[in-house]
Design a protein around this ligand. Structure first.
Ligand SMILES: Nc1ncnc2c1ncn2[C@@H]1O[C@H](COP(=O)(O)OP(=O)(O)OP(=O)(O)O)[C@@H](O)[C@H]1O
Ligand SMILES: [Mg+2]
Length: 539
């Protein structure tokens, strides 16, 4: 790779690092104006050919810090795998491969992610046919290819362990050693992570050749842009506490972490029943489901990603405004990585932990290790939720006043002004609008669906259905869809009330039995139906 110049002023700082102009151009396209501190510190040293252990806070650009030197070293005219990047999870392998491809857009290189769960035959074909120069993979699948002889590493000049501490932790270390043993000893090796505890640091030196340890944030493991708070709850009321927070906070996208896969499944079901757009991510799902969920979450079609620690490391998803620890993590390092899914690349974010009495010791340990303070907050009460609802209506109103052509509606209210107070007129219009939308009187409606008055009589079972934000299905149509899909006669389906994000109706128990279970897992015309025995105020 030749051509070292700086195409324009914005790129000057990356240009000062004497990079290939094709790489600089790609960085400019990506909106990277100047290197972040970890990039600034590590890139020049890595270009000298040195091994590096790099530690910097979450969301501060470690990927590009290794991707740029990796790309600099690739000879695009030569076939064969020249660089190997190992990541702990499949989602991260895909993401790193994307970032490499973006930065290497003009370099005529081929990067391929290979990970478990995807057809191995397809990967074998791709490795054979596509003269792949950079492989990004998870340990298990990499080993699989090595054993089959479908991946050869003798030409590898650079190896990266992203999330180095995780990769060198007990679960992965044997696999990593087996993979490294098949690479030339002359290789250049990079280890990156936001957390590199002492013992991992000592251990890691075994795999590197006189490495430079470069650290940007040893003392403060968490990013100051992330506000860290906790709420006290009991195990038994955690779910209601969470629902209350989801209603009260201004969330764009949130990742909610649970300790176990089962916990994830249960929480997803409970949230969906309450009308939230939630989906789960954990290791027992098929790769197709995992990819599908990630796509939906990134596109904002799912607001809440409920996940195990499989989503804790490295994932970079725009607009994640909140990270919520539904279960406090066992390990302080995992806390750091989990909350680091928000507050990335200079944006602010909020990290929330739901803490039950038995979690307090763990919380204190987290504060000690991360050297940060997690502030106690009180759960919002009904008054707070009502207040928030008012704020939302106000901002919607302001938008309409500023953006819309109101001539027609003005002509409706104009004649009323002589006789009625304009504030009363406006309030009546609001009441009319909101009652139509929610099918209820807003003043009587509590914000958490968990407390809705179900009205379900004895022997009846409620049926919940979550709705997309812009789903304008009418009650009549909903009954028709339900009846068509489930075989329950239309006249057996009770009244339908449509709320902001969800709707419910009720059906006689004997009919519900034919849908319980099947519908929980199935979507009806793109909508998800959940069935739950009535449990509202009347029961
Ligand atoms: N120089 C830069 N200028 C602007 N944005 C950048 C720059 N470098 C990286 N970014 C962006 O910052 C975000 C975070 O980067 P990245 O995922 O590499 O963080 P990380 O340090 O690896 O975090 P983690 O520890 O969570 O893995 C990404 O969206 C990336 O595109
Ligand atoms: Mg990373």
């Amino acid at each position: 790779m030749a051509l070292r110049n700086t195409p324009n002023k914005a790129a000057a700082k990356f240009g000062e690092l004497t990079l290939n102009s094709r790489i600089v151009q790609a960085l400019v396209n990506m909106g990277f104006e100047e290197p972040t501190p970890i990039q600034q510190k590590t890139i020049p040293i890595s270009l000298e050919g040195k091994d590096i252990i790099g530690q910097a806070q979450t969301g501060t650009g470690k990927t590009a810090a290794f991707a740029i030197p990796v790309l600099e070293k690739i000879d695009s005219r030569r076939n064969g795998v020249q660089a190997l990047i190992i990541t702990p999870t499949r989602e991260l392998a895909i993401q790193v491969a994307e970032e490499i491809s973006n930065i290497g857009k003009y370099c005529r290189i081929r990067a391929l992610p290979i990970y478990g769960g995807q057809s191995i035959d397809r990967q074998i074909k791709a490795l054979k046919q596509q003269r792949v120069q950079i492989v990004i993979g998870t340990p298990g699948r990499l080993l699989d290819h090595l054993r089959r002889g479908t991946l050869r590493l003798e030409q590898v000049a650079t190896v990266v362990l992203d999330e180095a501490d995780e990769m060198l932790d007990m679960g992965f270390i044997e696999d990593i050693e087996a993979i490294l043993n098949q690479t030339p000893t002359t290789r250049q090796t990079f280890l990156f992570s936001a957390t590199i505890p002492e013992e991992i640091l000592r251990l890691s030196r075994k795999y590197l050749n006189s490495p430079e340890f470069i650290t940007v944030s040893r003392n403060n493991l968490t990013v100051p842009l992330i506000e860290q708070v906790y709420y006290e709850t009991r195990e038994s009321t955690k779910l209601d506490a969470l629902a209350r927070l989801l209603d009260a906070l201004d969330i764009s996208l949130a990742i909610i972490f649970c300790r176990t896969k089962r916990g994830v499944d249960e929480l997803v079901a409970s949230l969906q029943v309450r009308g939230y757009q939630a989906a789960g991510l954990h290791g027992d799902l098929s790769q197709y489901q995992r990819n599908h969920v990630m796509r939906q979450f990134k596109a904002g079609q799912v607001e809440f990603l409920v996940a195990t620690d499989v989503a804790a490391r490295g994932l970079d998803i725009e607009n994640v405004s909140h990270v919520i620890n539904f279960d406090v993590p066992q390990d302080p390092e995992f806390y750091v990585h989990r909350i680091g899914r928000t507050g990335r690349a200079g944006k602010t974010g909020m990290a929330i932990s739901l803490v039950s009495p038995r979690d307090f010791r763990q919380l204190r340990l987290i504060e000690k290790i991360t050297k940060s303070r997690v502030k106690r907050e009180h759960l919002p009460g009904l008054a707070d939720l009502t207040e928030r609802r008012k704020e939302m209506i106000k901002s919607q109103l302001i938008r309409v006043i500023e953006d819309s052509n109101l001539a027609y509606y003005r002509s409706v209210v104009d004649p009323l002004v002589d006789e009625y107070d304009p504030i009363d007129i406006a309030a009546a219009a609001l009441k009319l609008g909101y009652d139509l939308e929610t099918g209820d009187d807003i003043e009587k409606t509590e914000s958490s669906p968990a407390y809705y008055d179900t009205g379900a009589g004895p022997g009846m079972v409620r049926l919940f259905m979550t709705l997309g934000r812009k789903d304008n299905i009418s009650p009549g149509e909903l009954v028709r869809v339900l009846s068509e899909e489930t075989g329950i006669p239309e006249h057996m389906v009770g009244d339908v009330r449509i709320y902001e994000k969800f709707t419910f109706t009720e059906v006689p128990e004997e009919w519900a039995n034919c849908v319980i279970g099947s519908l929980n897992k199935q979507s009806i015309k793109g909508r998800r139906i959940c069935v739950e025995p009535a449990r509202g105020r009347n029961n």
